[in-house]
Write a new protein. Structure first.
Lengths: 352, 364
């Protein structure tokens, strides 16, 4: 079984060495971001968008209105940055989780962190509706969820992947129920709509403040996971093999999980629970580069950022009303996921 | 008589009997009452309702209004109660603060056991939110009359139904006549206004957590048109989430803020840099909706006052109504209550809106 994955791994590595995503993907991300800056309900011609952007670094004659500059700099740019950070973070977290759990269905929701963060945010919305506290509380409860999962899965003295997944499901269900309880207790006229809006997930309230809030934990978590990239490779061989290769499986796994929690809690705090990105994008990335996490993690992050950017551009500009982002990611994500699986027969994975 | 009955907090048997007897005398008949609601459901009461529970939000205030008392309201939605606490009804019907507000939960679902404890002989419930919110009560034999959400015609139908159920048709008819008269008068005056002179008005149902605007087929859209405005969001139906760019491309000339988000004031709009180029902000025409016997955003028996207020806001040159006197007259008629200057300031939200244009006319 483990020789299987080693074979696939080395096979993919040789393919990956002949193909470089390092130029193509960042270019694509940059182009998508520029295109997104020129897209929206408020019509601004591309030359003005470029002018507004350029005028931030070099002095230019102003040939645009004050309003157009505000739209580009205060409405579109923070939203685009947020979509990039959230999409990249979620996809990278999903890739790392799928690696350490050796399970193609793992995503940040499976360890209960999303539900914990959602509960923290909802609780804060109910008790003290301030955006800073909502974010802090989401983060805190994401961590608490992870702590409970850790404690649960150690109940038998040592931690098994199966126990971890079970604990994640249980903790996720528990926090999910607590979220429902709070929506039940909330004042349906005042608090409930705010809670529902927040839970549904949206970038509509993006601001530079939120960009900073989400960027710090996502970058920290992403760095941590990237530092662990070799260990994730080894752990994806299975606990016993990893153990014989001399790494501390337990500690490494929890370090990756801490990174995942930081990313998930931060993204939930600013944009609600956004599903499917952490599940689908790593599969697409694995088809491109193979299962080596040294390339898989950054490629997932880049792909996730591009994907989220495109989805959010549709959400904010396709119709006069905002389309909830979670609906789009599910409608697009689910069929794409099926196609990927069909075409690739779990590419990058051995058959277990 | 009213005062006497209001002061009875816990009626004993004798008091109960006395009250019943006097009510029977007042209502002139203890004949069976047949109610046909807007959904053609027929409910037969052996006599005018004595203990009514209301689940839809504006209906608690309307029931007390039609009855001229809070005595026969024995249960309501918690959000109805918050409107009473925030608004003027707590002064008009002080005993209403004691009425239980735990009879319905999330999504207007009745808590049947709590409801039974209130021993209602009639429950008023939404009729357009599915059978699930009605059947738990009818199954237990509780008489339920249903209401349809919607226009001012809907409000009139509710008033008529409540008047009939309580044996107070006269009160209901008086309010409906007034409402129709104001509506006809408003339409007569706003219809001739050329389209180009009607301001673009956007109503925010939510602002603090995502911007939700009122599209067509909402009560706010109806009110805006009655008062001589245009709703640029009428391409959307119902209430929809929109983003900043959409608002900028609509460029509203007047912005109306909801009464549901307690902390929301025009200052939130004026101080937002993204709004600085919006016409409504340039000309300081952002207003918090008034809150009287009920939130003026929603369709209610106070809608006529809202049309007059809104017309003054939208067309300061065309409409110069003595609004404070109008409110005083209306409240004397519908509540038998004379509001103080303080009351009027609070209804019109003078402290919140006084920074906005044309509002000094609404001050004392």
């Amino acid at each position: 079984m483990s020789t299987g994955i080693k074979g696939v791994l080395s096979n993919r590595l040789s393919i990956a060495s002949g193909w470089s995503p390092w130029l193509f993907l960042p270019m694509l991300l940059l182009l998508s971001a520029l295109a997104a800056l020129g897209t929206g309900r408020f019509a601004i011609s591309p030359d003005k968008v470029f002018g507004i952007l350029a005028s931030q670094v070099v002095p230019l004659d102003v040939f645009w209105t004050e309003t157009e500059a505000r739209v580009v700099m205060l409405a579109r740019l923070p939203r685009i940055l947020m979509a990039i950070i959230v999409g990249g973070g979620l996809a990278m977290a999903g890739a790392a989780l799928q690696g350490i759990f050796r399970n193609p269905l793992a995503d940040p929701q499976i360890v209960g962190v999303s539900a914990g963060a959602a509960f923290g945010g909802v609780l804060a919305l109910l008790l003290f509706p301030s955006s800073v506290l909502v974010m802090l509380s989401a983060f805190l409860f994401g961590m608490i969820a992870l702590g409970v999962v850790y404690w649960f899965s150690h109940a038998g003295g040592r931690s098994l992947v199966l126990m971890l997944v079970l604990a994640g499901v249980v903790v996720g269900a528990l926090f999910g129920a607590l979220v429902s309880l709070i929506t039940y207790l909330a004042d349906p006229q005042d608090e409930l709509p705010a809670i529902v809006f927040w839970l549904m997930g949206s970038f509509a309230t993006a601001s530079y403040e939120k960009v900073a809030t989400v960027a710090i934990p996502v970058l920290a978590g992403g760095m941590l996971m990237y530092l662990m990239r070799f260990r994730i490779n080894v752990m994806s061989l299975g606990d016993e093999d990893a153990g014989t290769l001399g790494i501390s499986v337990q500690r490494s796994r929890w370090m990756v999980l801490a990174g995942v929690t930081a990313i998930t809690a931060a993204t939930v705090a600013v944009a609600g629970v956004i599903g499917w990105v952490g599940l689908v994008i790593p599969h697409a990335a694995r088809m491109m580069t193979g299962a080596d996490h040294r390339t898989l993690l950054p490629v997932s992050a880049l792909l996730g950022a591009i994907y989220m950017l495109i989805i959010d551009s549709i959400a904010r500009s396709a119709t006069a009303m905002e389309i909830p982002i979670g609906i789009l990611t599910a409608i697009i994500g689910a069929p794409v996921f099926i196609v990927l699986l069909k075409r690739n027969k779990l590419g990058g994975w051995h058959g277990d | 008589m009213f005062r006497f009955m209001l002061s009875m907090s816990r009626p004993g048997y004798l008091k109960c009997f006395l009250a019943m007897a006097s009510w029977a005398a007042l209502a002139a008949s203890a004949q069976p009452v047949t109610l046909v609601d807007e959904n053609q459901r027929v409910t037969v009461l052996t006599r005018p309702a004595e203990r009514v529970v209301t689940i839809p939000l504006p209906v608690a205030a309307m029931l007390m209004t039609v009855d001229g008392s809070s005595r026969r309201l024995v249960g309501m939605n918690s959000v109805s109660k918050s409107a009473i606490k925030e608004g003027i009804l707590k002064k008009i019907f002080p005993a209403s603060l004691e009425i239980r507000s735990d009879v319905a939960g999330d999504g207007f679902m009745p808590n049947v056991e709590t409801l039974l404890e209130a021993r209602p002989d009639l429950v008023l419930q939404w009729g357009d939110r599915g059978q699930d919110v009605i059947e738990p009560m009818t199954r237990l034999g509780i008489p339920v009359a249903t209401l349809k959400y919607g226009s001012i015609e809907g409000v009139h139908a509710w008033l008529r139904l409540m008047g009939k159920a309580l044996g107070r048709d006269g009160n209901a008819d008086r309010i409906i006549r007034w409402s129709n008269a104001v509506l006809a008068d408003m339409r007569r005056r706003t219809n001739p206004i050329p389209e180009t002179e009607k301001p673009r008005v956007v109503y925010f149902l939510r602002f603090l957590s995502g911007m939700q605007v009122a599209g067509r087929s909402t009560n706010q859209d109806f009110d805006i048109h009655v008062a001589g405005g245009k709703n640029p969001a009428e391409g959307l139906s119902d209430f929809k989430l929109v983003n900043m760019e959409q608002i900028l491309s609509w460029d509203p000339e007047v912005i109306l803020l909801n009464n549901f988000e307690a902390g929301l004031t025009p200052r939130d709009i004026y101080s937002n840099p993204l709004f600085s180029s919006v016409s409504a902000v340039k000309h300081r025409r952002v207003y918090k909706m008034p809150l009287g016997g009920y939130r003026w955003d929603a369709p209610s028996h106070e809608s006529p006052l809202n049309w007059e207020w809104l017309a003054m806001i939208l067309h300061p040159q065309r409409f110069d109504l003595p609004l404070r006197d109008r409110i005083t007259e209306a409240y004397s008629m519908i509540y038998n209550y004379t509001p103080s200057a303080d009351d009027l300031d609070r209804v019109l939200r003078i402290d919140i809106n006084e920074q906005s244009a044309h509002y000094e006319r609404l001050k004392q």
